[in-house]
Design a protein around this ligand. Structure first.
Ligand code: F6R
Length: 619
Protein backbone atom coordinates (compact mmCIF):
# COMPACT_ATOMS: atom_id res chain seq x y z
CA UNK A 1 0.00 0.00 0.00
CA UNK A 2 1.45 3.37 -0.91
CA UNK A 3 2.89 5.53 1.82
CA UNK A 4 2.21 9.26 1.91
CA UNK A 5 3.94 12.04 3.83
CA UNK A 6 3.41 15.81 3.89
CA UNK A 7 5.14 18.49 5.93
CA UNK A 8 5.08 22.22 6.57
CA UNK A 9 7.13 23.84 9.35
CA UNK A 10 10.52 25.15 10.37
CA UNK A 11 12.52 21.95 9.71
CA UNK A 12 14.07 21.00 6.37
CA UNK A 13 11.13 19.41 4.57
CA UNK A 14 13.26 17.00 2.57
CA UNK A 15 14.68 15.47 5.71
CA UNK A 16 11.31 15.17 7.48
CA UNK A 17 9.63 13.73 4.40
CA UNK A 18 12.32 11.14 3.61
CA UNK A 19 12.46 10.05 7.26
CA UNK A 20 8.64 9.74 7.20
CA UNK A 21 8.88 7.59 4.09
CA UNK A 22 11.40 5.40 5.84
CA UNK A 23 8.93 4.87 8.68
CA UNK A 24 6.37 3.80 6.09
CA UNK A 25 8.69 1.37 4.33
CA UNK A 26 7.06 -1.52 6.17
CA UNK A 27 3.97 -1.00 3.97
CA UNK A 28 5.92 -2.31 0.99
CA UNK A 29 6.65 -0.26 -2.15
CA UNK A 30 8.42 -0.32 -5.46
CA UNK A 31 9.47 3.32 -5.97
CA UNK A 32 9.73 6.52 -3.98
CA UNK A 33 9.75 10.25 -4.52
CA UNK A 34 9.71 13.66 -2.91
CA UNK A 35 8.65 17.16 -4.04
CA UNK A 36 9.34 20.48 -2.33
CA UNK A 37 8.14 24.04 -2.75
CA UNK A 38 11.17 26.23 -3.28
CA UNK A 39 10.19 29.85 -2.59
CA UNK A 40 11.69 32.63 -4.60
CA UNK A 41 12.06 35.83 -2.57
CA UNK A 42 10.77 38.01 -5.40
CA UNK A 43 8.26 35.99 -7.41
CA UNK A 44 6.38 32.74 -7.41
CA UNK A 45 8.37 29.75 -6.21
CA UNK A 46 9.01 26.51 -8.03
CA UNK A 47 8.70 22.80 -7.45
CA UNK A 48 11.86 20.74 -6.97
CA UNK A 49 11.39 17.00 -7.12
CA UNK A 50 13.24 13.70 -7.22
CA UNK A 51 11.88 10.20 -7.70
CA UNK A 52 13.29 6.79 -8.36
CA UNK A 53 12.18 3.19 -8.83
CA UNK A 54 13.29 0.72 -6.18
CA UNK A 55 14.13 1.23 -2.55
CA UNK A 56 14.41 4.51 -0.69
CA UNK A 57 18.19 4.15 -0.85
CA UNK A 58 17.95 4.73 -4.63
CA UNK A 59 16.08 7.98 -4.06
CA UNK A 60 18.59 9.03 -1.43
CA UNK A 61 21.40 8.45 -3.88
CA UNK A 62 19.65 10.68 -6.43
CA UNK A 63 19.31 13.54 -3.92
CA UNK A 64 22.87 13.01 -2.68
CA UNK A 65 24.15 13.34 -6.27
CA UNK A 66 21.98 16.37 -7.07
CA UNK A 67 20.82 17.92 -3.80
CA UNK A 68 17.40 19.53 -3.67
CA UNK A 69 17.22 23.16 -2.52
CA UNK A 70 16.28 24.09 1.04
CA UNK A 71 12.54 24.11 1.63
CA UNK A 72 10.07 23.99 4.51
CA UNK A 73 7.13 22.53 2.64
CA UNK A 74 7.14 19.15 0.99
CA UNK A 75 5.41 15.89 0.15
CA UNK A 76 6.68 12.37 -0.40
CA UNK A 77 5.46 9.01 -1.52
CA UNK A 78 6.34 5.35 -1.61
CA UNK A 79 4.45 3.71 -4.45
CA UNK A 80 2.98 0.25 -4.77
CA UNK A 81 2.19 0.11 -8.48
CA UNK A 82 -1.42 -0.24 -9.60
CA UNK A 83 -1.79 1.74 -12.86
CA UNK A 84 1.47 1.41 -14.78
CA UNK A 85 4.72 -0.42 -14.17
CA UNK A 86 6.97 0.34 -11.21
CA UNK A 87 9.52 2.63 -12.91
CA UNK A 88 10.99 6.13 -12.49
CA UNK A 89 8.40 7.85 -14.67
CA UNK A 90 5.41 6.33 -12.93
CA UNK A 91 6.85 7.02 -9.47
CA UNK A 92 5.16 9.88 -7.56
CA UNK A 93 5.06 12.88 -7.14
CA UNK A 94 3.44 13.83 -10.43
CA UNK A 95 3.42 17.37 -11.74
CA UNK A 96 0.86 19.44 -13.60
CA UNK A 97 1.30 20.70 -17.15
CA UNK A 98 3.17 23.85 -16.05
CA UNK A 99 5.05 22.15 -13.17
CA UNK A 100 3.24 24.39 -10.71
CA UNK A 101 1.46 21.67 -8.74
CA UNK A 102 3.01 18.46 -7.44
CA UNK A 103 0.80 15.70 -6.16
CA UNK A 104 1.00 12.23 -4.62
CA UNK A 105 -1.80 9.71 -4.43
CA UNK A 106 -2.76 6.49 -2.79
CA UNK A 107 -5.73 4.59 -4.26
CA UNK A 108 -7.39 4.11 -7.61
CA UNK A 109 -9.13 6.76 -9.71
CA UNK A 110 -11.82 4.80 -11.51
CA UNK A 111 -12.67 7.39 -14.16
CA UNK A 112 -9.09 8.34 -14.95
CA UNK A 113 -9.18 7.10 -18.57
CA UNK A 114 -12.04 9.44 -19.41
CA UNK A 115 -10.41 12.37 -17.59
CA UNK A 116 -7.10 11.66 -19.30
CA UNK A 117 -8.64 11.71 -22.78
CA UNK A 118 -10.23 15.08 -22.04
CA UNK A 119 -6.89 16.51 -20.92
CA UNK A 120 -5.12 15.10 -23.96
CA UNK A 121 -7.77 16.60 -26.21
CA UNK A 122 -6.79 19.95 -24.65
CA UNK A 123 -3.12 19.35 -25.55
CA UNK A 124 -1.94 18.28 -22.13
CA UNK A 125 1.05 15.99 -22.35
CA UNK A 126 0.92 13.22 -19.78
CA UNK A 127 4.20 11.45 -19.42
CA UNK A 128 3.31 8.56 -17.11
CA UNK A 129 0.82 5.70 -17.27
CA UNK A 130 -0.63 6.60 -13.88
CA UNK A 131 -4.06 7.78 -12.87
CA UNK A 132 -2.32 10.20 -10.48
CA UNK A 133 -0.80 12.43 -13.12
CA UNK A 134 -4.28 13.20 -14.41
CA UNK A 135 -5.23 14.55 -10.99
CA UNK A 136 -2.07 16.69 -10.80
CA UNK A 137 -3.05 18.29 -14.12
CA UNK A 138 -6.62 18.86 -12.98
CA UNK A 139 -5.58 20.48 -9.69
CA UNK A 140 -3.11 22.68 -11.51
CA UNK A 141 -5.77 23.81 -13.97
CA UNK A 142 -7.84 24.94 -11.01
CA UNK A 143 -5.07 26.94 -9.32
CA UNK A 144 -4.19 28.49 -12.68
CA UNK A 145 -7.79 29.70 -12.88
CA UNK A 146 -7.15 31.75 -9.74
CA UNK A 147 -8.52 29.74 -6.82
CA UNK A 148 -6.33 28.64 -3.92
CA UNK A 149 -5.00 25.09 -3.56
CA UNK A 150 -7.68 24.09 -1.05
CA UNK A 151 -10.53 25.13 -3.32
CA UNK A 152 -8.76 23.53 -6.27
CA UNK A 153 -8.56 20.23 -4.40
CA UNK A 154 -12.21 20.39 -3.35
CA UNK A 155 -13.35 21.02 -6.92
CA UNK A 156 -11.25 18.22 -8.37
CA UNK A 157 -12.41 15.72 -5.76
CA UNK A 158 -15.97 16.30 -6.89
CA UNK A 159 -15.17 14.91 -10.35
CA UNK A 160 -13.10 11.95 -9.20
CA UNK A 161 -14.53 8.47 -8.82
CA UNK A 162 -12.85 5.74 -6.85
CA UNK A 163 -10.73 5.62 -3.73
CA UNK A 164 -8.00 8.12 -3.03
CA UNK A 165 -5.80 9.97 -0.64
CA UNK A 166 -4.28 12.95 -2.44
CA UNK A 167 -1.65 15.35 -1.15
CA UNK A 168 -0.57 18.40 -3.15
CA UNK A 169 1.65 21.45 -3.03
CA UNK A 170 1.51 24.59 -5.16
CA UNK A 171 4.73 26.40 -6.15
CA UNK A 172 2.95 29.76 -5.78
CA UNK A 173 1.77 29.02 -2.25
CA UNK A 174 4.80 27.90 -0.21
CA UNK A 175 3.09 27.84 3.14
CA UNK A 176 0.49 25.14 2.69
CA UNK A 177 0.03 21.47 1.92
CA UNK A 178 -3.45 20.33 0.97
CA UNK A 179 -4.80 16.79 1.12
CA UNK A 180 -8.04 14.95 0.52
CA UNK A 181 -9.40 11.53 1.26
CA UNK A 182 -12.12 9.18 0.12
CA UNK A 183 -12.03 5.50 1.14
CA UNK A 184 -8.32 5.64 1.77
CA UNK A 185 -6.55 6.60 5.01
CA UNK A 186 -5.06 9.98 5.91
CA UNK A 187 -3.92 11.31 9.29
CA UNK A 188 -2.71 14.77 10.29
CA UNK A 189 0.10 15.10 12.83
CA UNK A 190 -0.39 18.19 14.96
CA UNK A 191 2.90 19.75 16.12
CA UNK A 192 4.05 23.06 17.60
CA UNK A 193 4.44 25.46 14.68
CA UNK A 194 4.54 22.54 12.25
CA UNK A 195 2.09 20.02 10.82
CA UNK A 196 2.42 16.66 9.15
CA UNK A 197 0.37 14.38 6.94
CA UNK A 198 0.72 10.65 6.74
CA UNK A 199 -1.02 7.54 5.47
CA UNK A 200 -0.65 6.44 9.07
CA UNK A 201 0.82 7.83 12.26
CA UNK A 202 4.11 5.95 11.81
CA UNK A 203 4.99 8.70 9.30
CA UNK A 204 5.31 11.32 12.04
CA UNK A 205 5.31 9.82 15.55
CA UNK A 206 8.92 10.73 16.11
CA UNK A 207 7.80 14.39 15.86
CA UNK A 208 4.36 14.42 17.45
CA UNK A 209 1.89 12.05 19.05
CA UNK A 210 -1.11 14.33 18.57
CA UNK A 211 -3.10 13.14 15.59
CA UNK A 212 -6.23 14.06 13.72
CA UNK A 213 -7.93 11.45 11.59
CA UNK A 214 -9.75 12.74 8.57
CA UNK A 215 -13.31 11.64 7.87
CA UNK A 216 -14.66 10.38 4.59
CA UNK A 217 -14.74 12.88 1.70
CA UNK A 218 -12.81 15.59 3.50
CA UNK A 219 -10.13 18.03 2.44
CA UNK A 220 -7.49 19.33 4.84
CA UNK A 221 -5.14 22.27 4.52
CA UNK A 222 -2.12 22.33 6.82
CA UNK A 223 0.07 25.38 7.42
CA UNK A 224 2.70 25.93 10.13
CA UNK A 225 0.07 27.17 12.57
CA UNK A 226 -3.19 25.73 11.47
CA UNK A 227 -5.27 22.84 10.23
CA UNK A 228 -8.45 23.53 8.32
CA UNK A 229 -10.83 20.76 7.38
CA UNK A 230 -13.75 20.98 4.99
CA UNK A 231 -15.89 18.60 3.00
CA UNK A 232 -15.56 18.45 -0.79
CA UNK A 233 -18.03 21.34 -1.10
CA UNK A 234 -15.98 23.62 1.12
CA UNK A 235 -18.22 23.38 4.18
CA UNK A 236 -16.31 23.33 7.49
CA UNK A 237 -15.82 19.84 8.88
CA UNK A 238 -14.02 18.17 11.75
CA UNK A 239 -11.58 15.30 12.08
CA UNK A 240 -11.22 12.93 15.02
CA UNK A 241 -8.49 14.10 17.37
CA UNK A 242 -6.55 11.50 19.36
CA UNK A 243 -3.31 10.91 21.19
CA UNK A 244 -1.06 8.16 19.88
CA UNK A 245 0.36 6.03 22.65
CA UNK A 246 1.59 3.18 20.47
CA UNK A 247 5.23 2.50 19.91
CA UNK A 248 6.50 2.54 16.34
CA UNK A 249 6.02 -1.16 15.81
CA UNK A 250 2.36 -1.00 16.90
CA UNK A 251 1.86 2.14 14.81
CA UNK A 252 3.00 0.28 11.71
CA UNK A 253 0.42 -2.36 12.44
CA UNK A 254 -2.30 0.20 13.01
CA UNK A 255 -2.49 -0.88 16.65
CA UNK A 256 -2.71 -4.60 15.86
CA UNK A 257 -0.22 -7.09 17.27
CA UNK A 258 0.56 -8.65 13.87
CA UNK A 259 0.62 -7.54 10.26
CA UNK A 260 -1.47 -10.62 9.55
CA UNK A 261 -4.24 -9.44 11.87
CA UNK A 262 -4.06 -5.97 10.35
CA UNK A 263 -4.32 -7.51 6.90
CA UNK A 264 -7.33 -9.61 7.92
CA UNK A 265 -9.04 -6.41 9.01
CA UNK A 266 -8.06 -4.67 5.77
CA UNK A 267 -10.05 -7.15 3.72
CA UNK A 268 -13.23 -5.10 3.27
CA UNK A 269 -11.12 -2.41 1.62
CA UNK A 270 -8.96 -4.86 -0.32
CA UNK A 271 -12.05 -6.48 -1.80
CA UNK A 272 -13.67 -3.12 -2.54
CA UNK A 273 -10.47 -1.88 -4.23
CA UNK A 274 -10.25 -5.01 -6.35
CA UNK A 275 -13.75 -4.29 -7.62
CA UNK A 276 -13.11 -0.63 -8.41
CA UNK A 277 -13.22 0.53 -11.99
CA UNK A 278 -14.44 -2.79 -13.37
CA UNK A 279 -17.63 -1.50 -14.98
CA UNK A 280 -18.09 0.89 -17.89
CA UNK A 281 -20.53 3.79 -17.78
CA UNK A 282 -23.02 1.46 -19.45
CA UNK A 283 -22.66 -1.18 -16.74
CA UNK A 284 -20.60 -3.60 -18.83
CA UNK A 285 -17.78 -5.42 -17.16
CA UNK A 286 -14.31 -4.24 -18.28
CA UNK A 287 -10.93 -5.66 -17.37
CA UNK A 288 -8.61 -2.97 -18.67
CA UNK A 289 -5.28 -4.59 -18.07
CA UNK A 290 -6.33 -8.01 -19.34
CA UNK A 291 -4.98 -7.71 -22.91
CA UNK A 292 -6.92 -10.66 -24.40
CA UNK A 293 -9.13 -9.78 -27.35
CA UNK A 294 -12.76 -10.85 -27.46
CA UNK A 295 -11.89 -13.22 -30.31
CA UNK A 296 -9.18 -14.84 -28.24
CA UNK A 297 -11.63 -15.28 -25.39
CA UNK A 298 -14.28 -16.77 -27.69
CA UNK A 299 -11.67 -19.31 -28.84
CA UNK A 300 -11.04 -20.67 -25.35
CA UNK A 301 -12.35 -24.19 -24.96
CA UNK A 302 -10.48 -25.22 -21.80
CA UNK A 303 -9.02 -23.42 -18.82
CA UNK A 304 -6.23 -24.78 -16.65
CA UNK A 305 -5.57 -22.96 -13.40
CA UNK A 306 -2.13 -23.36 -11.87
CA UNK A 307 -1.04 -22.07 -8.48
CA UNK A 308 0.50 -23.08 -5.16
CA UNK A 309 -0.72 -23.12 -1.57
CA UNK A 310 -3.42 -20.63 -0.73
CA UNK A 311 -3.49 -19.38 -4.33
CA UNK A 312 -4.24 -22.94 -5.41
CA UNK A 313 -7.30 -22.93 -3.15
CA UNK A 314 -8.42 -19.69 -4.79
CA UNK A 315 -8.10 -21.60 -8.07
CA UNK A 316 -10.29 -24.39 -6.72
CA UNK A 317 -13.04 -21.88 -5.90
CA UNK A 318 -12.57 -20.33 -9.34
CA UNK A 319 -13.30 -23.67 -11.01
CA UNK A 320 -16.81 -23.73 -9.51
CA UNK A 321 -17.50 -20.16 -10.64
CA UNK A 322 -15.96 -20.38 -14.11
CA UNK A 323 -17.62 -23.67 -15.02
CA UNK A 324 -20.99 -22.54 -13.67
CA UNK A 325 -21.01 -19.14 -15.37
CA UNK A 326 -19.17 -19.92 -18.61
CA UNK A 327 -19.64 -23.68 -19.17
CA UNK A 328 -15.94 -23.94 -20.08
CA UNK A 329 -14.25 -26.97 -18.50
CA UNK A 330 -11.67 -26.02 -15.91
CA UNK A 331 -8.81 -28.04 -14.44
CA UNK A 332 -6.98 -26.84 -11.35
CA UNK A 333 -3.50 -28.07 -10.77
CA UNK A 334 -0.61 -27.45 -8.41
CA UNK A 335 2.08 -25.63 -10.37
CA UNK A 336 4.73 -28.01 -9.10
CA UNK A 337 2.86 -31.01 -10.54
CA UNK A 338 1.58 -29.45 -13.75
CA UNK A 339 4.63 -29.33 -15.95
CA UNK A 340 5.94 -32.73 -14.99
CA UNK A 341 2.88 -34.63 -16.17
CA UNK A 342 2.96 -33.67 -19.85
CA UNK A 343 -0.33 -31.72 -19.78
CA UNK A 344 -2.45 -31.51 -22.93
CA UNK A 345 -2.30 -27.90 -24.04
CA UNK A 346 -2.93 -25.99 -27.25
CA UNK A 347 -3.71 -22.48 -28.45
CA UNK A 348 -7.34 -22.70 -27.33
CA UNK A 349 -6.37 -23.58 -23.76
CA UNK A 350 -6.17 -20.61 -21.44
CA UNK A 351 -3.76 -21.15 -18.57
CA UNK A 352 -4.56 -19.00 -15.55
CA UNK A 353 -1.63 -18.57 -13.16
CA UNK A 354 -2.59 -17.28 -9.73
CA UNK A 355 0.17 -15.81 -7.59
CA UNK A 356 0.09 -13.13 -4.92
CA UNK A 357 3.82 -12.43 -5.13
CA UNK A 358 4.24 -12.99 -8.85
CA UNK A 359 7.60 -14.63 -8.12
CA UNK A 360 6.76 -18.22 -7.13
CA UNK A 361 9.24 -20.39 -9.00
CA UNK A 362 6.92 -23.40 -9.41
CA UNK A 363 4.25 -21.25 -11.04
CA UNK A 364 6.77 -19.40 -13.15
CA UNK A 365 8.20 -22.63 -14.55
CA UNK A 366 4.67 -23.89 -15.21
CA UNK A 367 3.71 -20.82 -17.24
CA UNK A 368 6.94 -21.00 -19.22
CA UNK A 369 6.08 -24.57 -20.07
CA UNK A 370 2.49 -23.65 -21.05
CA UNK A 371 3.75 -20.95 -23.39
CA UNK A 372 6.08 -23.35 -25.17
CA UNK A 373 2.93 -25.37 -25.94
CA UNK A 374 1.27 -22.30 -27.56
CA UNK A 375 -1.24 -21.77 -24.77
CA UNK A 376 -2.05 -18.26 -23.69
CA UNK A 377 -1.32 -17.44 -20.08
CA UNK A 378 -3.30 -15.04 -17.92
CA UNK A 379 -1.77 -14.08 -14.58
CA UNK A 380 -3.83 -13.10 -11.55
CA UNK A 381 -1.31 -11.27 -9.43
CA UNK A 382 -0.99 -8.76 -6.62
CA UNK A 383 2.47 -7.46 -7.50
CA UNK A 384 2.69 -5.14 -10.44
CA UNK A 385 5.85 -5.60 -12.47
CA UNK A 386 6.71 -8.98 -10.94
CA UNK A 387 8.00 -11.82 -13.10
CA UNK A 388 4.84 -13.90 -13.55
CA UNK A 389 2.69 -11.10 -15.04
CA UNK A 390 5.67 -9.94 -17.10
CA UNK A 391 6.02 -13.38 -18.64
CA UNK A 392 2.28 -13.85 -19.20
CA UNK A 393 0.16 -12.80 -22.17
CA UNK A 394 -2.40 -11.07 -20.01
CA UNK A 395 -2.91 -10.05 -16.41
CA UNK A 396 -5.57 -9.13 -13.90
CA UNK A 397 -4.09 -7.33 -10.95
CA UNK A 398 -5.64 -7.73 -7.55
CA UNK A 399 -5.58 -4.62 -5.41
CA UNK A 400 -4.83 -6.00 -1.98
CA UNK A 401 -1.81 -3.76 -1.48
CA UNK A 402 1.39 -5.35 -0.20
CA UNK A 403 0.87 -8.37 1.99
CA UNK A 404 3.48 -8.48 4.73
CA UNK A 405 2.34 -11.33 6.97
CA UNK A 406 3.77 -14.53 5.49
CA UNK A 407 0.38 -16.26 5.61
CA UNK A 408 -1.81 -15.01 2.81
CA UNK A 409 -5.13 -13.43 3.84
CA UNK A 410 -6.19 -10.39 1.84
CA UNK A 411 -4.16 -11.80 -1.04
CA UNK A 412 -6.47 -14.82 -1.09
CA UNK A 413 -9.70 -12.85 -0.90
CA UNK A 414 -8.69 -10.52 -3.70
CA UNK A 415 -7.61 -13.50 -5.84
CA UNK A 416 -11.13 -14.82 -5.40
CA UNK A 417 -12.52 -11.48 -6.55
CA UNK A 418 -10.25 -11.49 -9.61
CA UNK A 419 -11.36 -15.05 -10.45
CA UNK A 420 -15.04 -14.09 -10.19
CA UNK A 421 -14.39 -11.07 -12.41
CA UNK A 422 -12.59 -13.22 -14.95
CA UNK A 423 -15.43 -15.75 -14.97
CA UNK A 424 -18.07 -13.05 -15.41
CA UNK A 425 -16.05 -11.31 -18.09
CA UNK A 426 -15.67 -14.50 -20.11
CA UNK A 427 -19.40 -15.15 -19.61
CA UNK A 428 -20.13 -11.65 -20.94
CA UNK A 429 -17.92 -12.09 -24.00
CA UNK A 430 -19.10 -15.61 -24.76
CA UNK A 431 -22.71 -14.75 -23.99
CA UNK A 432 -23.18 -17.65 -21.58
CA UNK A 433 -24.91 -15.38 -19.04
CA UNK A 434 -27.37 -12.58 -19.65
CA UNK A 435 -26.25 -9.04 -18.90
CA UNK A 436 -28.74 -8.67 -16.07
CA UNK A 437 -27.45 -11.85 -14.41
CA UNK A 438 -23.90 -10.52 -14.55
CA UNK A 439 -25.18 -7.24 -13.19
CA UNK A 440 -26.89 -9.01 -10.34
CA UNK A 441 -23.75 -10.96 -9.40
CA UNK A 442 -21.65 -7.79 -9.58
CA UNK A 443 -24.14 -6.19 -7.20
CA UNK A 444 -23.71 -9.16 -4.84
CA UNK A 445 -19.93 -8.82 -5.06
CA UNK A 446 -20.13 -5.11 -4.36
CA UNK A 447 -22.09 -5.85 -1.19
CA UNK A 448 -19.37 -8.19 0.11
CA UNK A 449 -17.08 -5.59 1.78
CA UNK A 450 -19.88 -4.60 4.13
CA UNK A 451 -20.66 -8.24 4.83
CA UNK A 452 -17.01 -8.89 5.66
CA UNK A 453 -17.23 -6.00 8.14
CA UNK A 454 -20.05 -7.83 9.93
CA UNK A 455 -17.98 -10.99 10.15
CA UNK A 456 -15.03 -9.00 11.51
CA UNK A 457 -17.30 -7.35 14.06
CA UNK A 458 -17.83 -10.85 15.51
CA UNK A 459 -14.08 -11.54 15.87
CA UNK A 460 -14.29 -11.85 19.67
CA UNK A 461 -16.42 -14.99 19.43
CA UNK A 462 -13.72 -16.60 17.28
CA UNK A 463 -10.96 -15.45 19.63
CA UNK A 464 -12.81 -17.03 22.58
CA UNK A 465 -13.10 -20.20 20.56
CA UNK A 466 -9.36 -20.16 19.88
CA UNK A 467 -8.71 -19.74 23.61
CA UNK A 468 -10.75 -22.88 24.26
CA UNK A 469 -8.60 -24.87 21.85
CA UNK A 470 -5.05 -24.10 22.92
CA UNK A 471 -4.74 -27.72 24.06
CA UNK A 472 -6.00 -29.23 20.79
CA UNK A 473 -3.66 -31.70 19.10
CA UNK A 474 -5.57 -31.90 15.86
CA UNK A 475 -8.35 -29.97 14.12
CA UNK A 476 -10.41 -31.00 11.11
CA UNK A 477 -12.17 -28.74 8.62
CA UNK A 478 -15.12 -29.82 6.48
CA UNK A 479 -16.73 -28.15 3.49
CA UNK A 480 -18.64 -28.93 0.33
CA UNK A 481 -18.67 -27.29 -3.09
CA UNK A 482 -17.04 -23.84 -2.85
CA UNK A 483 -16.79 -24.44 0.90
CA UNK A 484 -14.38 -27.32 0.35
CA UNK A 485 -11.41 -25.13 -0.68
CA UNK A 486 -12.31 -22.89 2.26
CA UNK A 487 -11.91 -25.91 4.55
CA UNK A 488 -8.53 -26.64 2.97
CA UNK A 489 -7.48 -23.03 3.43
CA UNK A 490 -8.61 -23.04 7.08
CA UNK A 491 -6.49 -26.14 7.70
CA UNK A 492 -3.46 -24.67 5.91
CA UNK A 493 -3.66 -21.49 8.00
CA UNK A 494 -3.73 -23.50 11.21
CA UNK A 495 -0.84 -25.71 10.16
CA UNK A 496 1.42 -22.88 9.11
CA UNK A 497 0.69 -20.57 12.04
CA UNK A 498 -0.19 -22.78 15.02
CA UNK A 499 1.96 -25.77 13.92
CA UNK A 500 -0.99 -28.03 14.62
CA UNK A 501 -2.11 -31.07 12.75
CA UNK A 502 -5.04 -29.81 10.69
CA UNK A 503 -6.75 -31.30 7.67
CA UNK A 504 -9.50 -30.16 5.37
CA UNK A 505 -11.91 -32.59 3.75
CA UNK A 506 -14.81 -32.55 1.36
CA UNK A 507 -17.60 -33.49 3.75
CA UNK A 508 -18.88 -36.22 1.43
CA UNK A 509 -15.49 -37.91 1.47
CA UNK A 510 -15.44 -38.46 5.22
CA UNK A 511 -17.09 -41.82 5.21
CA UNK A 512 -14.51 -43.06 2.72
CA UNK A 513 -11.75 -43.00 5.28
CA UNK A 514 -11.04 -39.80 7.21
CA UNK A 515 -13.89 -40.42 9.65
CA UNK A 516 -11.58 -42.93 11.35
CA UNK A 517 -9.67 -39.91 12.69
CA UNK A 518 -12.66 -38.68 14.67
CA UNK A 519 -12.50 -39.25 18.40
CA UNK A 520 -14.10 -37.77 21.48
CA UNK A 521 -13.71 -33.99 21.69
CA UNK A 522 -11.96 -33.56 18.29
CA UNK A 523 -12.72 -30.02 17.06
CA UNK A 524 -14.27 -30.08 13.58
CA UNK A 525 -14.87 -26.74 11.87
CA UNK A 526 -17.66 -27.05 9.32
CA UNK A 527 -18.29 -24.57 6.51
CA UNK A 528 -22.05 -24.98 6.02
CA UNK A 529 -23.30 -24.04 2.53
CA UNK A 530 -26.21 -21.62 2.27
CA UNK A 531 -29.64 -23.26 2.25
CA UNK A 532 -31.66 -24.02 -0.81
CA UNK A 533 -29.38 -25.25 -3.55
CA UNK A 534 -28.95 -28.76 -4.87
CA UNK A 535 -29.38 -30.35 -1.43
CA UNK A 536 -25.89 -29.17 -0.56
CA UNK A 537 -27.04 -27.94 2.81
CA UNK A 538 -28.82 -31.19 3.72
CA UNK A 539 -25.84 -33.28 2.63
CA UNK A 540 -23.51 -31.17 4.72
CA UNK A 541 -25.73 -31.63 7.75
CA UNK A 542 -25.50 -35.41 7.25
CA UNK A 543 -21.70 -35.15 7.29
CA UNK A 544 -21.81 -33.06 10.45
CA UNK A 545 -24.13 -35.59 12.08
CA UNK A 546 -21.69 -38.37 11.24
CA UNK A 547 -18.75 -36.74 13.02
CA UNK A 548 -20.86 -35.54 15.93
CA UNK A 549 -22.18 -39.02 16.53
CA UNK A 550 -18.57 -40.10 17.00
CA UNK A 551 -17.84 -37.52 19.65
CA UNK A 552 -16.49 -34.60 17.54
CA UNK A 553 -17.05 -31.05 18.78
CA UNK A 554 -18.71 -29.35 15.82
CA UNK A 555 -18.02 -25.68 15.22
CA UNK A 556 -20.31 -24.66 12.40
CA UNK A 557 -20.00 -21.59 10.20
CA UNK A 558 -23.54 -21.10 8.89
CA UNK A 559 -25.54 -18.28 7.39
CA UNK A 560 -27.87 -16.08 9.43
CA UNK A 561 -31.33 -17.56 9.63
CA UNK A 562 -30.18 -21.15 9.17
CA UNK A 563 -32.07 -22.81 12.02
CA UNK A 564 -31.76 -26.36 10.67
CA UNK A 565 -28.09 -26.45 11.61
CA UNK A 566 -28.72 -25.54 15.25
CA UNK A 567 -29.24 -29.05 16.68
CA UNK A 568 -25.99 -30.26 15.12
CA UNK A 569 -23.69 -27.42 16.09
CA UNK A 570 -21.86 -27.35 19.41
CA UNK A 571 -20.79 -23.85 18.47
CA UNK A 572 -22.41 -21.69 15.81
CA UNK A 573 -20.54 -18.86 14.09
CA UNK A 574 -22.91 -16.84 11.95
CA UNK A 575 -22.10 -15.70 8.42
CA UNK A 576 -23.99 -13.16 6.31
CA UNK A 577 -26.32 -14.53 3.66
CA UNK A 578 -24.49 -14.73 0.33
CA UNK A 579 -24.84 -17.04 -2.68
CA UNK A 580 -22.94 -20.31 -2.42
CA UNK A 581 -20.34 -19.36 -5.04
CA UNK A 582 -19.43 -16.18 -3.17
CA UNK A 583 -19.53 -17.72 0.30
CA UNK A 584 -15.73 -18.23 0.45
CA UNK A 585 -15.37 -14.44 0.63
CA UNK A 586 -17.06 -14.39 4.03
CA UNK A 587 -16.51 -17.94 5.34
CA UNK A 588 -12.71 -17.72 5.15
CA UNK A 589 -12.51 -14.81 7.61
CA UNK A 590 -13.37 -16.67 10.87
CA UNK A 591 -10.85 -19.37 9.90
CA UNK A 592 -8.12 -16.77 9.41
CA UNK A 593 -8.99 -15.17 12.76
CA UNK A 594 -9.02 -18.56 14.45
CA UNK A 595 -5.55 -19.51 13.20
CA UNK A 596 -4.09 -16.08 13.95
CA UNK A 597 -5.46 -16.03 17.49
CA UNK A 598 -4.58 -19.62 18.33
CA UNK A 599 -1.01 -19.11 17.12
CA UNK A 600 -0.77 -15.91 19.18
CA UNK A 601 -1.98 -17.71 22.29
CA UNK A 602 0.52 -20.49 21.68
CA UNK A 603 3.28 -17.88 21.57
CA UNK A 604 4.24 -18.28 17.93
CA UNK A 605 5.49 -15.58 15.58
CA UNK A 606 2.41 -15.12 13.43
CA UNK A 607 4.04 -12.88 10.82
CA UNK A 608 7.12 -15.06 10.34
CA UNK A 609 6.10 -18.69 10.91
CA UNK A 610 8.98 -21.13 11.17
CA UNK A 611 10.40 -22.61 7.94
CA UNK A 612 8.29 -20.36 5.67
CA UNK A 613 9.12 -17.54 3.26
CA UNK A 614 6.75 -14.99 1.75
CA UNK A 615 7.77 -15.75 -1.79
CA UNK A 616 9.13 -19.11 -2.70
CA UNK A 617 11.58 -18.46 -5.49
CA UNK A 618 13.07 -21.93 -5.72
CA UNK A 619 11.40 -24.97 -7.21
C1 F6R B 1 -0.15 -19.64 2.65
C2 F6R B 1 0.64 -18.96 1.63
C3 F6R B 1 1.29 -19.79 0.57
C4 F6R B 1 1.21 -19.08 -0.79
C5 F6R B 1 1.99 -19.86 -1.85
C6 F6R B 1 1.88 -19.24 -3.20
O1 F6R B 1 -0.67 -18.75 3.58
O2 F6R B 1 0.78 -17.78 1.65
O3 F6R B 1 0.72 -21.05 0.50
O4 F6R B 1 -0.12 -18.95 -1.15
O5 F6R B 1 3.34 -19.94 -1.48
O6 F6R B 1 2.40 -17.95 -3.23
P1 F6R B 1 2.04 -16.94 -4.39
O7 F6R B 1 0.58 -16.68 -4.35
O8 F6R B 1 2.85 -15.72 -4.08
O9 F6R B 1 2.46 -17.60 -5.68
Amino acid sequence: MCGIVGYVGPQQAQHVVVEGLRRLEYRGYDSAGVALVVPDGTGPGRIAEAKKAGKLANLEKVVADSPLPASHTGIGHTRWATHGAPNDVNAHPHLGHERRVALVHNGIIENFAELRSRLEADDHVLVSETDTEVVAHLVELQVQSGVDLTTAMQRVCLVLEGAFTLVAIDAHDPERVVAARRNSPLVVGVGEGEHFLGSDVAAFIEHTREALELGQDQVVCITRDGVEITDFRGRPAEGRRYHVDWDLSAAEKDGHDWFMRKEIFEQPKAVADSLLGRRTQHGLLQLDEMRLSDDEIRDIDKIIIIACGTSFYAGMVAKYAIEHWTRIPVEVELSSEFRYRDPILDHSTLVVAISQSGETADTLQAIRHARTQRSRVLAICNTNGSTIPRESDAVIYTHAGPEIGVASTKGFLTQLVACYLLALYVAQVKGTRYGDEIDQIMGQLEAIPEQIETVLAGAQQVYDLAAEHTGARSVLFLGRHAGYPVALEGALKLKELAYLHAEGFAAGELKHGPIALVEEGLPVLCVVPPRGRDQLHEKMISGIQEVRARGARTICLAEEGDTKIEPYADVLVRLPQVPVLLQPLVATIPLQLFACELATLLGHDVDQPRNLAKSVTVE
